[in-house]
Design a protein around this ligand. Sequence first.
Ligand code: UGA
Length: 454
Amino acid sequence: MAVIADKCPNLQINVVDLNQKRVALWNDPDLSKLPIYEPGLDEIVERCRGKNLHFSTDIEKNISIADMIFISVNTPTKTRGIGAGKASDLKWIDACARQISKFAKGKTIVVEKSTLPVKTAQTVKRILDEADGNNSKNDTQLKFSVLSNPEFLSEGNAINDLLNPDRILIGGDDEDSISALQDIYLNWISKNKIIKTNLWSSELSKLVANAFLAQRISSINSISSLCEATGADIKDVSCAIGTDKRIGKFFLNSGPGFGGSCFKKDILNLTYICDYYGLHEVSSYWQKVIDINNWQNKRISELVVEKLFGTITGKKIAILGFAFKSNTNDIRESPAINICKELILEGCTLSIYDPKVSFEQIEEVLGPSNLNSANSEISLYEGNWENAKTVFDAANGSDAIVIVTEWDEFKNLEWQKLAKLLRKPSWVFDTRSVIDVEFVKSQGINVWRVGLGS
Ligand code: UGA
């Protein structure tokens, strides 16, 4: 919405949320307090806020004056009830549709921006249409039209992705509404990048795009283990296959497994839909993408224990990076969470450093209640963790450094200095292929790098 406001000064954009604390942070004069860390976002908010970009909790008023409403709420995986662990929880979508139906006035275009299961638009439409019928006596003009306009930006690169998208996807059947939404994008995106489909194709394309991206990562990660076993190098293999235009060079970086709020959730959703339609083979095909991801995650923590002579009880390990990828402070489904949990449960003390993730965020996932629930048989865990202020603090007295996020800061570390701080024999586990292996080795440190066989 910030980018739309920036590119369309003639539009008034009102962002509303129930959460007062969050809205207050979006309105905070100190831009470093914005609730999301995203490079470049603060500058746009500074330019547009108070002019044509407004944040508020006044949902009723802002729905009633809107010509177009983007539903951009969370659709997490259900934790209970039918489809628990797989299906998306649509309670916020349902709640939004009901609020819109209650407060909207005149013709209102409702745009699904959240990632949704196929056919959700139908639910939204039904809720709105019922209201249409209910209100027709008082407001003869009320008419809703539902469009699907999924978002393909990736965190950490969001502004650039929004400014230069590969495509804009609009699903719907009402030509006037489609053209109204298209007109917004035409302010900075050329027409040939706009793809129009029916609602279901648009909804499904979003899930499938993420499933294909995640599948590439699981594919390359599965081969990383084969490289380690055979003496090949995954970086060479990625490069060699990526030069084939049909394969393409992007998204072939082997790592600790994909994280983030989208890939796992969307694939689980896809498998749920496939099962619903009786397509069990298709469902298990996509489930494997998640299985390999979990396996990659686990094999890294196991490997650390194995290399440190089979035991890490009482040892200290530095964890560099906790975010699920660089340039974000988002830790949802971050591979760091499982890797750290496993290591703590093995009895070591972790010293965790991340340039943007706060102590409170880590506490939320690695607090005592979380660790204990990770393994119900363990009521008291021996290991622990602390939040380090710098890479050097984290490394001081550690037996190993594990690089989990590919922050730029970790690409050029002062290894001469770090070598002196580490306890010998010392190790570096580079799950992101960011270090110069030969140089680090020359400092007397043992190195394991993902996908590098010896
Ligand atoms: C992903 C998609 O890339 C976006 O197109 C989509 O809009 C978004 O989900 C969404 O549905 O909201 P995001 O999760 O922000 O974006 O980040 P990605 O860059 O896709 O990275 C996801 C995970 O894969 C990260 O943990 C990253 O480190 C990992 N990854 C990515 C690799 O391990 N290797 C790669 O080569 C690329």
